[in-house]
Design a protein around this ligand. Sequence first.
Ligand code: ZN
Length: 474
Amino acid sequence: MQNTEEIWRLVDASKAEFEDLSDRVWHMPELAYTETRSCAEHTAMLREQGFRVTEKVADIPTAVMGEAGEGGPVIAILGEYDALPGLSQEAGVAEQRPLPGPGFGHGCGHNLLGSAAMLAATAVKDYLAANKLPGRVRYYGCPAEEGGAAKGFMVRDGAFKDVDIAISWHPAAFAAVQEALSLANTRIDFSFAGRASHAAAAPHLGRSALDAVELMNVGVNYMREHMPSDARIHYAYLDAGGVAPNVVQPTAKVRYLIRARDLVELRRLIERVRKIAEGAALMTETRVEAKVVSGVSNLLGNLPLERAMQSNLDRLGPPPFDEADRDKAAEFQATLSEEDIAAAWRKMGLPVRKGVPLCDVVVPLDLKGAPMVGSTDVGDVSWVVPTVQARGATYAIGTPGHSWQLTAQGMLPAAHKGMVHVAKVMAGTAVDCLRDPALVEAAKADLAARTEGAPYEPVLSPDVQPPFGMSTAA
Ligand SMILES: [Zn+2]
């Protein structure tokens, strides 16, 4: 108990600087792989706090790592700072009001995500020093969570190879340990090449790449009936072969996003989609090339770490929101439908309660909510290091992810309280790992058991490079 209170005090001692850091990053929203200013803010703060800094982790210009302490174990706390397009919004206002500028906004709360993670790492650093304990704590500033899979490239480059435990969190409506339910995915571009010709005068001489893409899509849509029900496939046309219907389309390109429960299922599905693409090329006498753009692994849970984190949360209780916080959150709830709000409770497996604008509970570990069917690049870290994540309550219950309402709430007092609260949960869990070698061993044994017979084989092959230009391409 004494350790717990000490680490909470250390979080409180540094919180003001990190609330400011979060607010500064909120004001400079930057998209995946272009987070130059946000990363510079994080780098400067790491230096100010006395961390040993490594810039450009894995040769990614906007990835940074700071380390403190000596010896082992090594505890990594992961942060992010990328924003989203189309989600610019005036702060604190419960009415859609985009700010002038390029329209970017922190609609996923990553301004808070990075700051709370570094706040936790700072408190753990101070704890190690005050108690003269062996062990190292690292903060990883990870860019491009939104579609850029940066952590996958960082894992591939060995950035986590000597890490014993990884801890992270995500802004949410409720305080909880995050269930490990996310899908592995990959984006693959299929480019077809045919032969142009006059579509009326010499149609027999043309070979249409657009036909090939359409036949490929038909084939994949027929396959849906025969794939695992939790898998997902979506596609978008990147090139439909031009704007002239009287020219047989010589090129066409389609991007597939394939998601599956785990890497084994994903690989099977990728093989089937590739066969369909080849079949479409065969049928149309065109050629096809497939290029992997990005990929992430599914998340692996870790029961010993989840239990340790839950016990920290239970001791801490819900975040200390007050009446003013609840009134403000109620304004945002008034912009949502009852269905949005009810869905948020159900997602956590909790009974729906009306008139509760902010989290006032700690969600128990054994509640089973609706599975998340998105994907995250934390998945790749969880295959190589025992990993645990918290949900930190930072916004009104029912606020949709990636929304202007979420951007608007990113600097409110409730958001600050939520980020300090979750920093305590993460720092407390880190201290448990530093104090208790048996917990670290149990976490490693849990990971070994989960990957037995199916070791980590990343979706990203060695030739795939980080998509640095993804946010600047028209
Ligand atoms: Zn996010």
